[in-house]
Design a binder for this molecule. Sequence first.
Ligand code: SF4
Length: 411
Amino acid sequence: MHRSSKPAIVGQVNEKSDVIPPSRTAAFASCRSRGTGLRTNCMPSDPPSPCKLPFLGLGAEAAAAELRAWGWPEFRATQLYDWVYHKLVTNPQDMSNFSKADRSALQERLEFTSCVITRQQNSTDGTTKLLLTWPDGKNAETVIIPDGARRTACVSSQVGCPVGCKFCASGIEGVKANLSAAQIVEQVYVLNCLLAADDARISNIVFMGMGEPLANYSQVITAVRVLHEPTGFNIGARKITISTVGIPSRIRDLAHEQLPLNLALSLHAPNEPLRRELIPWADHFALPDILDACRFYFEKTGREITFEYILLAGVNDQPKHARELLRVCKTIRANVNLIRYNEVASLPYGRPKSDDVVKLQEILRDGGVNAHVRKSHGRDIDAACGQLRRREEQAKAGTSLPVLSQGPLEV
Ligand code: SF4
């Protein structure tokens, strides 16, 4: 789809934060000139290229095997990795240590990056949220969250989400598609291109964007392995967090991957009836089974589980909920992240009162549980997961979402 040269501002979206500022645009211009293939939203998409192999989903061994199969010497794969993952160059024509014929072969046979940035929002606190769209029609949100020296990427694993949490924009219309491993890695690639202007790189990754990562297990694990490779982006396994509502068999699979990833269980309720009310998928997987799988994960990996607990005003944030949550925490080695809710247009849930948050945290801490209230990021943009994509979909349909007093993004 061809778009106008101005960044899209739909309905009542915060105009200031939805515009790509000059510094960020410059980052993309510089990436483009080095041939990353990234485009701002003024550029049309490339046509889909089904015959090309998606390079970002391959991993070092598979990439080397592919090049070997072409009859190329081993060192070519190392050179290619260096261009893509270190120099952030994905246009073969700019890979100066390849011959003209080799560059043409790379161009014909491999697909490096193919997404378009269809929306970008920048918070005054440095948080940047992008909506990426691929030629196959999939779109997904991805976010950079700065915190001191840390640059965390919050990535999506699916288009929409099958879990349908009652308070979340991503789940409102269910899941549309799984993202491929290459599309997951590409999110980090794009964020690194943005950060390159400040000589920075993504240091941590959380799978807390759109989707249930364990429902797209093979693509997520492939992407994690690619992102973890020392010759690639080299993100340590301990700096990667998989956040799930809990699929016991997949949690056990994850425990066998020989990767000490952080596992975050999105609990959001201290008892089964409330969990089933808030998380429709909870009907399929009972909490005791999920906790058993989490204990197994801890035994196999030595990694303590994190409970993610979104605080919804008057729903799960009262002292009685804290006491119930404390009882759950006593059954497992877990710490708790308390997350103040980001309001979502058209959904009936509210942000908790500060007093209630403090009280709940106190009860947990007094009971010996390590409980943190997550720092707020991106208060002035569409912080809640799935909202930016929803705005885009509504804009395409000719409707628009009301602007909310937007809540923070917390990881
Ligand atoms: S909160 Fe997470 S798991 Fe629940 S619907 Fe939203 S994206 Fe899916």
